[in-house]
Design a protein around this ligand. Structure first.
Ligand code: PLP
Length: 430
């Protein structure tokens, strides 16, 4: 398959190039020149998760990677389920947190790791990324133990939760974590500086593994089909899906699924107080405000970097943007109410998923089936959930194990020369 740069349409790349490069010229995002469409949706849905996902990804990637190879990559990446749970009549939760780092980013991170290992040209790769939590953990676990790939993750010292830090800073081997004595923006600036250093970039084979990588989005298309496959044909016919959104990668993947034939009536874009998109859908004005901190901090994004892909998809398909419906903004207090409401129905949920539930219940018609995405395990946001429910939720085994391990992070000042030396040392370490 070919992909083109949304900003500079004459730049066209293969799947392998898009995975290796991440971004095109002028920071342009890559988008498929063609979206395959499945006509026999019932047949597709009748298959089980891994073979069905292999078919979907193979259709997207094309003959650049043989289908049995794609099947193998998917089998390695999707080694955990994506179940739907009924929370009340007509409403399901899609649980995307059964992977090793307890958030949906495991799907994309692990498929990207598999893809990159497959399309890497000779030589070693160094993944350099900055994180405020979930992405770093997913990337670290996805690439852990892979040959010829080293990972360096920067995070702001003391500004991510101790539990999150333990989850990805205790691995060792090819995973190198660095606590920077500064904030998240400073970490991102260091990463940017490294990517702007052309000589260093070549020398250590830099790649960013961030959420704009097309392989991550493609992987996410698969669990929308998996959710629908678990419903009855009647439920599928009138389905509304609510997506808790930050960078809007998850919603982009759902819309790509729809373009490929996923039966879904409409999507709902739910955000927290960082409401650039809902305001844009209302007024037509793109007017990002400074980011505000909320209890759903993985969605604290005011300049969502996948939004141009959604506009491009709507343009290509001739879908009016209004068909996305009205976006909706959920404040922390409403999210907390939604967590309590779900708890009263016997479903434990953290604020990101609860935001999606809240908007779903505001906008769903009585005859519609609703599905909301639960993007993280409640224990991953234990402090917030304990506080809202006045409880002490237990840690799942994976988190409990890491919480008892020793931190292996280095600690640097905000100093590019030191980072550069580390990248060179890591490149030559084995
Ligand atoms: C990353 C993340 C989101 C936001 O997903 P986007 O694809 O960036 O819109 C929502 N919830 C959780 C728990 C996340 O980690």
């Amino acid at each position: 398959m070919k992909l083109y740069n949304i900003k500079e349409n004459d730049e066209q790349v293969s799947f392998g190039q898009a995975v290796r490069q991440g971004l095109g010229r002028n920071q342009g995002l890559f988008f498929p020149t063609e979206l395959p469409r499945f006509d026999d949706i019932d047949g597709l849905l009748a298959e089980s998760f891994v073979p069905r996902s292999a078919r979907i990804l193979s259709a997207l990637i094309g003959d650049e990677i043989p289908e049995d190879k794609v099947h193998e990559l998917v089998g390695n990446a999707f080694a955990f389920p994506a179940p739907i749970k009924s929370v009340k009549d007509g409403v399901y939760a899609l649980e995307l947190f059964h992977g090793p780092t307890l958030a949906f980013k495991d799907f994309g991170g692990r498929f990207m790791a598999q893809s990159l290992a497959t399309v890497a040209e000779d030589g070693k790769i160094t993944i350099l990324t900055a994180t405020s939590g979930d992405t770093g953990a997913a990337v670290a676990h996805a690439f852990y133990g892979m040959e010829n790939i080293n990972v360096v993750i920067l995070y702001p010292k003391g500004k991510i939760s101790p539990l999150q830090e333990k989850l990805f800073c205790t691995l060792g081997k090819n995973i190198h974590t660095v606590a920077i004595n500064d904030d998240f923006d400073a970490c991102q600036a260091l990463v940017k500086q490294a990517f702007n250093d052309e000589e260093l970039r070549q020398q250590v084979g830099l790649n960013s593994a961030n959420s704009i990588n097309i392989s991550r989005l493609m992987a996410q298309v698969c669990y929308y089909f998996e959710a629908v496959a678990q419903m009855t044909p009647k439920e599928r016919d009138n389905l509304v899906i609510s997506v808790p959104s930050g960078n809007f990668g998850n919603l982009t993947a759902g819309l790509i699924g729809k373009a490929m034939g996923l039966p879904v009536k409409r999507f709902i874009a739910a955000t927290n107080a960082n409401d650039t998109v809902p305001r844009y859908l209302e007024s037509g004005q793109w007017d990002p405000k400074p980011t505000v901190a909320t209890t759903s901090n993985a969605m604290d994004v005011s300049q969502p970097n996948n939004w141009p892909r959604i506009e491009e998809l709507c343009r290509v398909k001739g879908w009016p943007l209004e068909q996305l419906g009205k976006g909706a903004v959920v404040e922390d207090a409403q999210a907390a109410d939604a967590v309590r409401e779900l708890q009263s129905m016997g479903y434990l949920c953290e604020p990101h998923g609860a935001i999606a539930y809240h908007v779903l219940e505001q906008q769903r018609q009585p005859d519609e089936t609703g599905l909301f995405l639960c993007t993280a395990h409640p224990a991953k946001f234990k402090e917030v959930v304990d506080d809202i429910l006045d409880t002490d939720i237990p840690l799942p085994p994976a988190l409990d194990k890491h919480s008892k391990m020793e931190l292996l992070s280095l600690n640097f000042d905000n100093d590019f020369a030191k980072l550069k030396q580390l990248l060179i040392d890591v490149r030559h370490s084995d």
